[in-house]
Design a protein around this ligand. Structure first.
Ligand SMILES: *Cc1c(COP(=O)(O)O)cnc(C)c1O
Length: 431
């Protein structure tokens, strides 16, 4: 399988090249030349993400130097539980808990898989590979955890100062060694802009071998597709019906993986994207006008994105507006509704949601009230509530127990550099 840029079908790469580059040389995002096609029967006897992933990913890895290592990569990356838990609501709904990895958010899937791949890609030079990553909170921690102490690789994390939760900040700044954390005086969009500018800067490129671990990197989308494969098969085998998902979204990397899995024949029905007050995508679906805008700060801060990068892949797959609106639906949840949902579901369902997962729960409730939830539905749980105690604990009236892996990280010493939101400042750190 080869991959090409969304901006030029002639700009192609092998999988290893696409993973190592992160972004295509023309600024586009890599997509597969063709989508492999599966039936449910192809997965007979395979259950759970670690079992389905090698089968699902094999055609995408075919012909690449990494192909023979795929089983080892999957085993290394997907070594934590991914429960699909039924909810006591009206209709058939479950929550897919994607937050049992080392940094307690779904970003662990992509980051660990990408790190397992990058560590195995044969490299032409012995220059250190620098992974640049802009984070709205969870990506940076997951990437740092996944790449920490890997030889020949260095990670530079950019996060918006004061706009991530205190526990997220601890996870971003607790590493040291080959991980450098930059606290940027700006928003997530500024961080993302700086990373893009660094890639486009010929002087930096000459000086450093740069790669990206943001969801523009196809190495994050492929592993994310695997949990949609496993969960949709599980629901389909139980009910005989396609499984619908509600995905809390920011840069659209998570939901795009579901769109691709459905395109490849997995039994996935509706995909509903739920956003916080950042309405770029819901407004686009309504009006057909693509209007990126500055992000606004919300309780679901990992979704505070005003110019979602993976829209480029979604629009590439569905160039006609009516096709996009047929492929996905969108909802938007205010901070007030997030708060109310967390409080309500603690009592009504016995579930403590993080502010992001609460958006999915709110959207499910709205769909259910409008009688729009036939068949099995899965709410995608993107982070553990213990990452956001300032928001969640006052609403549920008790402390949220911290998972062990997270607790260990929170005790490490901090190291962080404060920088202004300029390319010169980033370049100075990189030199
Ligand atoms: C990153 C993140 C999201 C948004 O995911 P995208 O792939 O950017 O759409 C949602 N919830 C949490 C907890 C996250 O960390």
């Amino acid at each position: 399988m080869r991959f090409h840029s969304t901006r030029n079908a002639g700009e192609t790469a092998t999988l290893s090249e696409a993973l190592a580059r992160g972004i295509a040389p023309d600024g586009g995002l890599y997509v597969p030349d063709e989508f492999p096609s599966f039936t449910v029967a192809d997965f007979d006897g395979l259950d759970g993400i670690a079992a389905v992933a090698p089968k699902f990913l094999a055609p995408l890895f075919a012909g690449d130097p990494l192909a023979s290592q795929l089983p080892a990569i999957v085993a290394e990356a997907f070594d934590f539980p991914v429960p699909l838990k039924a909810l006591p609501v009206s209709g058939d709904a479950s929550v897919l808990e994607l937050f049992h990895g080392p940094t307690a958010a779904f970003k662990d899937f992509g980051a660990r898989f990408l790190a397992a791949c990058m560590a195995r890609i044969p490299r032409a030079t012995d220059r250190t590979l620098t992974i640049l990553v802009a984070t709205s909170g969870d990506t940076g921690g997951a990437v740092a955890a996944a790449f920490h102490d890997r030889p020949g690789i260095e990670v530079v994390v950019l996060f918006p100062r004061g706009l991530v939760s205190p526990r997220q900040e601890l996870q971003l700044t607790c590493w040291g060694g080959n991980v450098r954390s930059l606290s940027v005086a700006g928003t997530f969009d500024d961080c993302q802009r700086l990373v893009k500018a660094a890639f486009a800067d010929p002087e930096l490129a000459a000086h450093r071998e740069l790669s990206s671990a943001n969801s523009i990197n196809i190495g994050r989308l492929l592993p994310q597709a695997c949990y949609y494969v496993a969960a949709s098969l599980q629901g389909f085998r139980r009910t005989g019906k396609k499984v619908n998902f509600i995905v809390p979204s920011g840069n659209l990397g998570n939901v795009l993986a579901a769109v691709w899995a459905r395109k490849m024949g997995l039994p996935i029905g509706e995909l509903v994207i739920t956003f916080n007050a950042n309405r770029t995508v819901p407004d686009f679906l309504e009006t057909g006008v693509w209007e990126p805008r500055p992000s606004v700060a919300t309780l679901a801060s990992a979704m505070d994105v005003g110019n979602p990068s993976n829209m480029e892949r979604l629009r590439y797959l569905h160039p006609v507006h009516d096709d996009i609106t047929a492929a996905v639906r969108a909802d938007s949840v205010s901070d007030e509704a997030i708060r109310a949902r967390i409080t309500h579901d603690r009592t009504a369902l016995g579930e403590t949601w993080c502010p992001h997962t609460a958006c999915a729960a709110e959207t499910y409730d709205r769909l259910s009230a409008a009688d729009k939830v036939k068949g099995p539905w899965v709410l995608v749980g993107t982070a553990h509530p213990a990452k956001f105690p300032e928001t969640v604990e006052p609403l549920v009236g008790h402390t949220v127990p911290v998972p062990d892996s997270l607790a260990r990280l929170l005790e490490l010493p901090r190291s962080v550099t404060e920088v202004p939101a300029t390319l010169e400042a980033l370049a100075a750190v990189l030199r």
